[in-house]
Design a protein around this ligand. Structure first.
Ligand code: 15L
Length: 272
């Protein structure tokens, strides 16, 4: 499949681009940054919030061999102001969706986040059918982007999979990560499944590994073809032995962890 990956120079993007190439995809990278050394596919340096720049990227990508799908990873990966979060997550998604419609590209896999439902209590396994419970403006941006995907699926019949990613790391580092970890290899497996799934329509899946202590239900992902292989539990002994292991327990009782604490409270829009 020929795939445009936004945020291709980022932490998930760099792992994913090479992983998708290994799985036989033809990958085109798009990022605010210039092409990283060693990147083998086509590259575009552009801002995903700029519709003219994105239209030019699609013109070039489609003109040079077609485009089958978009993997949208670009965005500020942490809390920011509300206007910045809306631009970074909602506006970029809208710009890409419009470019997809205009260029006949009908599939998008989106890097949403567990923080779209971060204020959900940890008590029960979280499914794909719960109401949005963002824990930050970052989470609000992810909820907004998911809603936009849903709108374009319903109105235009495209396929869109929102992956609510947990903690994408080489290995888990805290007790919370024993539940939230997404390994590098499983991230590649997950996005590959999003690209290959037959008729996903609008789907929400959770981007975590097959963690013994998972807080999110992996069934929707498995139904789509995402079969995670890694389990954070292998690191549990070492993590439980560190004094920092308890830090998230005092932070929060919700799946969003410390994002739900008052430390993250700020005005929605700053006054002059
Ligand atoms: C995310 O969505 C963030 O991008 C990342 O910085 C982590 O906070 C991660 O979630 C997490 O919940 O561990």
């Amino acid at each position: 499949m020929r795939v445009l990956v936004t945020g291709a120079a980022g932490s998930i993007g760099s792992v994913l681009c090479s992983g998708l190439v290994d799985r036989g995809h033809d990958v085109l990278g798009l990022d605010l940054m210039v092409e990283p050394e060693g990147f083998t596919g086509g590259w575009f340096t552009a801002d995903c919030a700029d519709p003219d720049a994105v239209a030019a990227v699609f013109d070039a990508a489609v003109g040079s061999g077609g485009l089958d799908a978009v993997v949208h990873l670009a965005g500020i990966p942490h809390e920011s102001s509300l206007p910045d979060a809306l631009t970074s997550h909602v506006v970029t998604t809208g710009v890409l969706l419009d470019a997809m419609l205009e260029h006949g590209v009908s599939r998008i896999a989106y890097a949403s986040s567990n923080h779209a439902v971060g204020f959900t209590e940890r008590a029960a396994l979280v499914g794909d059918d719960i109401a949005p419970r963002p824990d930050t403006f970052y989470g609000v941006g992810k909820v907004g982007a998911e809603a936009l995907l849903r709108l374009y699926v319903d109105r235009h019949g495209i396929d869109a999979v929102a992956t609510r990613i947990g903690s994408f790391l080489p290995q888990p580092e805290t007790r919370r990560h024993l539940s939230t970890w997404l390994s590098h290899d499983d991230a590649v497996r997950m996005f590959d499944a999003c690209l290959n799934a037959a008729d996903p329509g609008f789907s929400v899946i959770y981007g975590i590994s097959a963690n013994t202590r998972a807080w999110w239900d992996l069934r929707p992902g498995r139904e789509l073809g995402y079969l995670p292989q890694d389990d954070a539990e292998h690191f549990a002994g070492a993590i439980e032995a560190t004094p920092e292991a308890d830090s998230d327990r005092v932070d929060a009782d919700h799946v969003g962890g410390h994002f739900t604490t008052d430390r993250f409270h700020r005005r929605a829009v700053d006054r002059a």
